[in-house]
Design a protein around this ligand. Sequence first.
Ligand code: SAM
Length: 186
Amino acid sequence: MMRQMSALTPSPWVTRFAPLIAAGGEVLDLACGSGRHARWLAGRGFRVEAVDRDAVALELLAAVPHITLREADLEGGAWPYEGRQFDAIVVTNYLFRQRFPLLLTALAHGGVLIYETFMIGNERFGKPSNPDFLLRSHELFERVAGSCTVLAYEQGEVSAPKPAVIQRICAVKGHAPSLRLPPGGA
Ligand SMILES: C[S@@+](CC[C@H](N)C(=O)[O-])C[C@H]1O[C@@H](n2cnc3c(N)ncnc32)[C@H](O)[C@@H]1O
């Protein structure tokens, strides 16, 4: 039977690696959009901060328990998470590379970064096609090198939920050489 996908279906990459996040931990869903991950994570006992500039999208999450909403421009003005650290940061289908160092600063030691977005080559399939919104080859891997332990990394073409060229990583802040990997299937 074909699996039904909707705008609220979480990425299998996120659901696969979420069990590595400390139980009950605080998770930042950056550029959360309609909040498919914020919702899913909150339903599993995590405390979620969901941030986006789109107030209409955030409004859809207003009644969901364990989610704190923040309307903010993540690309201009003050970084909203100065001095804050999270047990995990989830970013999907969003890139603003200039603030990647700040993003890593907002991840606590031992915290889990789960990141999945489009990379160069995706222009063959449509949007995003602007290089500003497309990761370069191995970019996520290189950006976390030196501060995180990479547990899983992939880049290449996928056919679901739609044909695209993507890159995805799961990394833990600091030295974490022998964590047990959740089973695959993404
Ligand atoms: C393609 S959607 C991805 C939403 C969600 N992460 C997901 O995968 O379902 C990109 C999101 O980035 C948000 N966004 C784009 N630029 C932003 C900015 N400067 N500040 C905050 N959010 C921004 C948009 O409002 C949109 O919700």
